[in-house]
Ligand binder design. Sequence first.
Ligand code: GLN
Length: 239
Amino acid sequence: MSARVVIAHLYPDDMNIYGDVGNVIALRRRLEWRGIDVEVRSVEVGSPFDFAGVDIVFGGGGQDSGQQVVAEDLLARGDDLRSLAAGGTPMLVVCGTYQLFGSSVVTADSAALDGIGIFGARTVAGASRLVGNIVVDSPFGRLVGFENHSGQTILDPGQDALGTVTSGFGNDRASQREGARTGNVIGTYLHGPVLPKNPHLTDHLLRVALERRCGPTELAPIPDDLERRAADSAAARPR
Ligand code: GLN
C-alpha cells in the first residue's frame, strides 16, 4: 500500500502528561511496521493550521493550567474539528483534551472553560482526584490504563460512553461510565499511554483512517504478545 497517513497532534507542548505522546508514537510505529508512511503535524496555540488532508486527530491530557492555555485556541478551531468529526475522521482525545471536546469544563480553581461540543458532556472538578489503574469494557474489547483527574464528567442523555468501568473510576465516581464516543471520535480518561497498552484500539483508529483513504483495508498482524500479557497482568492487579 502506498498510503501516507497524516496525524494532527493537538497542542503537544501544553497537553502532554503521563506520557500521552506515546499514543502518537504507537500510531506512527504501527503504520511504519506495516510499510505505511506517516506524517505528524503539530497544532500549536496561535499558529495557523490547515486540517485539510488530516487522517487522524490526537490530543492528550494536560493540567488545568494547560487547558486554560489552549481552550480559546481550540474554540477557534471548533468549526474545523466539528466538521472533520461529522465527516468521520477518527480522533482520540485523552483526559484534558477529552474534557475540552465536551461542552464545558470547570477547573479546580473554578475557571469556567467552554468546550467545542463534539461530545455532549460537562466536566466539573471534584473535591478529590480520581487516581489509579482502570479497566474498561468497551466495544473495542477490554481497555487498560491509568487515570488521574479531578474533573468529573457527566454525559448528556443520549451521549454514548466509550465503555463501562470494571475497575477504577472513569468519568465520575458513580456512573461506571468511561469516556465518550461520537461517530469515530473517542474521548477517554485513560493514560498509560492508552494506545501502546491497547494495540487493538490503535489498530481500530488506523483501520478507520486507512479505509477512509483507500477503501477496505486488511491490517497486517503485528505480534502483540507482550502487550497482551501486560494488559492481562494490569487487569488482574487489584487497584
Ligand atoms: N486537569 C484535568 C483534571 O484533573 C485533566 C487532567 C488530565 O488530563 N490528566 O481533571
